[in-house]
Ligand binder design. Structure first.
Ligand code: HXC
Length: 261
């Protein structure tokens, strides 16, 4: 159904969800423009598919992604960066996706790799996961949201240290700091991510989408406005059939059969 032939991604569909695997093993999944173009095509296509209720984004055992492709960008000029709209043109598909996206991170998530993971809604980390923003060592600041999303996730002190000194943190520290939702043994990572995706697929999809929207609003709006948005959205949810079904099933002590409306 996707016209595009994928060269840097592997796409698998399962019942209710899809798995996108970043696949440039020889370059530790360095994110080049082909891969990001492919991701920019695949994500909206999955987002538009009513059978897809969650998307898992993952890499290999060794690397989620070791950053933007340094070899590809090394000789870029300022004028090229501006005129190509580097990297806005093809890096923000995940942030526009309304379906929940789970990053399943094993091994390196560095630079743009860490930033891509932070664009996702939930980060599950293998105990082998390592996160850093090493851009500074290459003569650039982070450019795919790292200076904005990392402090929101882990606070200013740790974000500043990571971004200014390129210090790498492991999975346990990432969990303590609030960067990842939990750490699982590396050999259970995909299984756990699929269990989360399957759980999302069984939930009322409109409520899931509204809840995702509201949490994201917390990062964009003052508290009083966010609370107001939450309250009206909460009221609106009473207009869905799935709210009636969910609450009736509870009182009748049976499993709900959600309809997505
Ligand atoms: C291009 C990369 C790469 C990258 C690794 N490779 N990371 N190629 N861009 N970001 C390539 C290596 O050149 C090498 O290719 C192969 O992958 C294996 O890597 P090694 O270095 O041999 O592996 P290892 O010794 O295990 O070291 C792993 C590593 C190291 C610590 C992750 O590769 C590393 O430091 N990579 C760069 C990390 C980084 O600085 N990332 C931030 C990029 S800037 P060959 O052909 O030699 O075998 C960024 C900016 C984002 O992300 C801003 C928005 C765009």
């Amino acid at each position: 159904d996707l016209a595009l032939e994928l060269t840097c991604l592997i796409l698998e569909r399962e019942e209710g969800f899809a798995v996108i695997r970043l696949n440039r093993p020889a370059a530790l999944n360095a994110l080049n423009s082909t891969m990001m173009d492919e991701l920019s095509a695949v994500i909206p296509a999955l987002d538009a598919d009513p059978a897809v209720h969650a998307i898992i984004l993952t890499g290999s055992d060794k690397a989620f992604a070791a950053g933007a492709d340094i070899k590809e960008m090394a000789s870029k000029t300022f004028a090229e960066a501006v005129s190509e709209d580097f990297i806005t043109r093809n890096w923000e598909a995940v942030t526009r996706c309304r379906t929940p996206v789970i990053a399943a991170v094993a091994g390196y998530a560095l630079g743009g790799g860490c930033e891509l993971a932070m664009m996702c809604d939930i980060i599950l980390a293998a105990d082998t996961a390592r996160f850093s923003q090493p851009e500074i060592t290459l003569g650039i600041p982070p450019g795919a949201g790292g200076t904005q999303r990392l402090p929101r996730a882990v606070g200013k002190a740790k974000a500043m240290e990571m971004i200014l000194t390129a210090r790498m943190i492991g999975a346990e520290e990432a969990e303590r700091a609030g960067l990842v939702s939990r750490v699982v043994p590396a050999d259970k990572l995909i299984e756990e991510a699929k269990a989360v995706a399957a759980k999302l697929a069984a939930l009322p999809p409109v409520a899931v989408q509204l809840a995702k929207e509201l949490v994201n609003a917390a990062y964009e709006t003052p508290l009083a406005q966010g609370i107001k948005q939450e309250r009206r959205t909460f009221h609106a949810a009473f207009a869905t059939e799935d709210q009636k079904e969910g609450m009736t099933a509870f009182t009748e002590k049976r499993k709900p059969a959600f309809l997505g409306k």
